[in-house]
Write a protein that binds this ligand. Structure first.
Ligand code: PEP
Ligand code: MN
Length: 264
């Protein structure tokens, strides 16, 4: 990839703070839930509201998201709070619907990054867009798949690309839900030094109590941002209940973090 330098400019172009904080529920559940959390997040460091509306669940029988209906809720949340909005897209149809509803940030999830044909279809549907497009690492610790997805977006002339580190699945469950394997994103950054790197401590942790320490590690490693799952009533969330935190906890965590001065 040439012109690596241009990649990081979008953080400035969108006037996003350092570190960039993306927060919101794992899943959009109801209109009231989305609007409520958006209004609460206005009082935090978060500038981008995340909410999954198409949820790729590993096994059937779980809540798979409210679908396109949730796009209207995100639009309303943006109109009422001024926050930018972010959602996961897992196919070209999701991309068209998200673009029609003016979602600002589209992210490719870990279960999609593993699939080059799907990533290519998403890249084609996004061709030339000025929206921010973030690529989560693949579920497995394969740097080439992650790089390949970034390259497909770059080749489709998508300018505002970033990556999200959400950890890597392992057969044996350990301290983490998904092992961080910190060396992989570092290697990705070595290849593309100007690609903004965002940490998703929520999916690495799989639990609330270590979100804070993971955020600090990310900032110590000079990550550009954090994506943190946040819910008004985490214990009763419709997905990823164990790892979500309240907006109040988000405020406390952000206040406790040591942020490096340089903007990367
Ligand atoms: C999510 O962000 O809620 C999600 C499904 O993440 P991942 O693709 O990292 O599993
Ligand atoms: Mn989740």
């Amino acid at each position: 990839m040439e012109n690596k330098k241009e990649l990081k400019n979008w953080l400035d172009n969108f006037q996003l703070k350092h570190p960039l904080v993306i927060a919101g529920p794992c899943s959009a559940e109801t209109e009231a839930q989305v609007l409520n959390i958006a209004h609460q997040l206005k009082h935090t460091d978060a500038t981008i509201l995340r909410a999954g509306i198409w949820k790729p669940r590993t096994r059937p029988g779980n809540f798979e998201g409210v679908g396109a209906l949730g796009l209207k809720w995100l639009q309303k949340a943006k109109a009422e709070t001024g926050m930018l909005t972010a959602t996961e897209v897992a196919n070209a149809n999701h991309v068209s619907l998200a673009l029609e509803h003016d979602v600002d940030v589209l992210w490719i999830g870990a279960r999609t990054t593993v699939s080059p044909f799907v990533v290519q279809e998403i890249a084609n549907a996004l061709k030339g867009t000025n929206k921010i497009v973030l690529v989560k690492n693949p579920v497995n610790p394969d740097l080439s798949l992650w790089l390949g997805a970034v390259e497909r977006l770059h080749t489709a002339n998508i300018k505002n690309i970033g990556v999200i580190h959400r950890g890597f699945s392992t057969y044996e469950k350990t301290y983490y839900r998904n092992n961080p394997e910190w060396q992989l994103p570092i290697e990705l950054q070595n290849r593309f030094p100007d690609l903004p790197l965002i940490l998703d401590p929520s999916h690495i942790a799989g639990r609330r109590d270590i979100i804070s320490e993971l955020c600090q590690t990310g900032l110590d490693l000079n990550y550009d941002g954090l994506m943190i799952e946040t819910h008004m009533d985490p214990e009763n969330a419709w997905s990823d209940a164990e790892q979500q935190i309240t907006p109040d906890t988000l405020i406390k965590i952000m206040a406790s973090l040591q942020v490096r001065n340089e903007t990367g």
